[in-house]
Write a protein that binds this ligand. Structure first.
Ligand code: DX5
Ligand code: ZN
Length: 216
């Protein structure tokens, strides 16, 4: 199964974002992770469609959009039009998760579903066959630079086992607290898409991304 690094630009320096995108690109990162926060589903507010549209001009990497917003079905078409390749919604934020996944797929983007640490894997089993990716949050969503919550990796393992049993080739993404010293645990648990924000963008961006990619 392919393994991909998804640097989260939430921790980037937005004044020099174009250069920092080029640095993660040069390191060989395959995705760019784009965290959208609405100040309601999570406490903080980040960025939205216009920023995604700008970024699309400067990278041909997979744009991996993580919507931490309530009722995300309202904005799916707009994020797809702004250049999203993957759109991930939180199971906790959707009134009609099945329909929202259909709406993502109708745009041509890949569909992901995210689970907060306290949300059990069982909750998404009915729709598992419909999604391309499951994002297991390894911290509570809302901020970069937090510490990984160890029990969330048990959920990664549980989900990978279920997917294997069902014969589903699903991507499992982990997000939050992934650094050079925790990435092995996430990979061993069965994750294959690795989000890293502060571990990439604090310090030497290219060297940081390279160090993580070497472990994959
Ligand atoms: C947090 C976001 C993450 C964040 C991760 O809610 O979903 O993508 O950027 O940051 P780090 O890797 O610093 O924990
Ligand atoms: Zn994220």
């Amino acid at each position: 199964m392919k393994k991909c690094l998804a640097p989260s630009i939430l921790s980037a320096d937005f004044g020099i974002l174009k250069e920092q995108l080029a640095q993660v690109d040069a390191a060989g990162a395959q995705y760019v992770h784009f965290d959208v926060m609405d100040g309601v589903f999570v406490p903080s507010i980040s960025f939205g469609m216009p920023v995604l549209k700008s970024i699309r001009k400067y990278t041909d990497k997979v744009l991996d959009v993580h919507l931490m917003i309530v009722d995300p079905e309202r904005y799916i078409k707009e994020f797809a039009e702004a250049g999203a390749d993957i759109i991930t919604v939180h199971a906790e934020a959707c009134k009609h998760l099945d329909a929202t996944i259909d709406a993502i797929k109708a745009t041509g983007a890949k569909a992901g579903v995210a689970l907060n640490p306290a949300t059990p894997v069982e909750q998404i089993l009915p729709i598992l066959h419909k999604v391309d990716m499951v994002l297991i949050m390894t911290v509570n969503p809302g901020f970069g630079g937090q510490k990984l919550i160890p029990y969330t990796l048990d959920k990664v393992k549980e989900l990978r086992d279920i997917a294997n049993e069902k014969g589903l080739e699903i991507d499992i993404e982990v997000d939050g607290g992934i650094k050079v010293d925790t990435i092995d645990l996430a990979l061993e648990a069965g994750a294959n898409i690795i989000v890293a924000g502060s571990a990439v963008f604090v310090g030497d961006v290219k060297a940081n991304a390279t160090a993580l990619l070497e472990k994959m």
